[in-house]
Write a protein that binds this ligand. Structure first.
Ligand code: F0G
Length: 469
């Protein structure tokens, strides 16, 4: 047992209780040097004495001319108190909302008023990543980093690039798999001036490389193996609670890729309960795309569990060996979650234990139909985000989620992130449909809103409007 007793108010700690080694927040680590597992940011809550009531955070909104009070992340600074105020980096992230959607609720089979969408597409770079990036960037600034890197399926890179461009505090270096990220995201990274390195491979390859390169060159890594990033992502749950009048919903449903969000959500709820700010924890559903379903395979089919921190990881090792042996790669239209080796697997297992969670996988067809329904409800999202809605539909059909339970689906990224998938779904061009979607096993576009083609003649246009309008 390598437990060190610390006097710091905030510190890093190995997530495995049997190790429990601790490190200062001034250290830059992405794994426990003692045992190689993931790290948490931990706090001495007894001495920090955080607010006893959520109203404390509500009141901050009155002072929103202060950027740290305006930020939907730093408004909750007392619940992620690792950084001095003067180090805080914010570009106005976290102004997101959780709204009821009866249209989507009906689609998934729920009773009216019970389904909510937490729309993280409203963030400055258009995805939830900004919550975590402002937190990691703040830590990077604390330790004086001048360069920051990530591997990405697109959104982390867009987020890192925008923080670098707005603050000019660091040079951003991003690693992406060639042809593996959607144009909306690639265009952001290029426009914001990040050094963009496209490697011949997929996200899993890029992730392995960026770890190697950042270690070798001393570049600050902002992927979600960085425990400070997940501190920022906890605030998504704080804002969900805030939108619901501080009432705890029955379910949180989130897409699973690298499993940072699900891990952060579990930590958020465990801490809120420990601090006495909530008295119960919602259930968590993590939804994989069927073509990138490591968590589903390991958790649902092979019985892998956190087991109070004594997880037997042999099934995971065997599964990864099988992937290598068969040269199996992740493959899904939901490119944001096209990941076979989720770096936060262990933390996610812990979150599933804390939240009595379930894991499901959804097909490409289910993802795209759900995405069209989200769009029709007014808040478009990218394919990966729609996995949460498709997963909810499945869980309602199975009877795991009750029709009258209160469910929050996290819409992780904005609709404009991936126009290719959207246009291909709604198109009348059979070739385009086949190339983009048919090739992935999508056979129908049941909720397509097809454009009407007319010649440039007034009578024909008027006729079309009379007919379809
Ligand atoms: N949804 C979107 C839109 C994402 O961009 C990601 C991850 C996820 C869901 C999965 O979240 O990793 O916390 O389970 N995108 C990363 C990236 C991998 O590089 O942008 P997770």
């Amino acid at each position: 047992m390598a437990t060190v007793s610390r006097t710091d108010l905030a510190f890093q700690q190995c997530i495995v209780p049997a190790c429990g080694a601790t490190y200062g927040v001034d250290e830059v680590l992405t794994a426990c040097p003692a045992c190689g597992n993931l790290l948490d940011v931990e706090y001495d809550w007894d001495r920090l004495r955080p607010p006893q009531s959520f109203e404390f955070f509500e009141r901050k909104w009155m002072r929103r001319s202060d950027p740290a009070a305006f930020s939907g992340v730093w408004r909750f600074h007392e619940l992620l108190p690792y950084a001095p105020r003067e180090s805080i980096v914010t570009i106005g992230e976290g102004q997101t909302m959780c709204s009821p959607s009866d249209g989507v609720g009906q689609f998934v089979g729920m009773n009216a008023g019970r389904l909510f969408l937490q729309y993280e597409g409203l963030n400055p770079s258009g995805s939830f990543k900004d919550n975590g990036m402002s937190a990691a960037f703040t830590h990077a600034r604390m330790i004086g980093a001048k360069r920051a890197a990530c591997a990405s399926t697109g959104n982390t890179s867009a987020s890192l690039a925008v923080y670098c461009a707005v603050t000019r505090l660091m040079r951003g270096i991003i690693f992406i798999g060639t042809g593996k990220i959607s144009y909306g995201k690639l265009s952001q990274a290029l426009d914001y001036g990040a050094l963009t390195i496209q490697i011949a491979g997929d996200f899993d390859d890029a992730m392995a490389r960026v770890k190697e390169v950042s270690g070798k060159l001393g570049i600050y890594l902002v992927n979600s193996v960085n425990p400070f990033r997940l501190e920022g992502q906890k605030t998504i749950m704080f804002r969900v609670l805030e939108s619901l009048g501080w009432e705890v919903p029955d379910w949180i449903v989130v897409p699973g890729g690298n499993l940072g969000n699900s891990s952060a959500f579990g930590k958020a709820f465990a801490e809120l309960r420990r601090l006495g700010l909530i008295d119960r924890i919602p259930r968590l559903a993590v939804i994989n795309a069927a073509g990138a379903n490591t968590l589903h395979e390991l958790y649902t089919n092979r019985g892998l569990r956190w087991n109070g921190g004594r997880a037997d990881m042999a099934p995971a090792c065997r599964y990864y060996d099988e992937l290598d042996r068969d040269n199996r790669r992740a493959h899904t239209i939901a490119s944001a979650i096209e990941i076979n080796r989720p770096v936060n697997l262990n933390k996610c297992l812990r979150a599933l234990e804390v939240c009595d969670g379930v894991v499901r996988e959804v097909s490409e067809q289910e993802i795209l139909d759900a995405k069209a329904q989200v769009g029709a409800g007014g808040l478009g999202c990218e394919p990966a985000s729609a996995a949460s809605v498709a997963g909810t539909k499945k869980l309602v059909e199975e009877g795991v989620i009750g029709r009258d339970e209160r469910v929050v689906c996290i819409l992780t990224g904005h609709q404009l992130k991936d126009p290719t998938a959207t246009v291909a779904y709604h198109t009348t061009d059979q070739k385009l449909f086949n190339d983009v979607l048919g090739s992935r096993g999508v056979s129908r576009a049941s909720y397509a809103n097809r454009s009407v083609t007319v010649s440039n003649r007034l009578d024909e246009i008027v006729q079309a409007i009379d007919l379809y309008g």
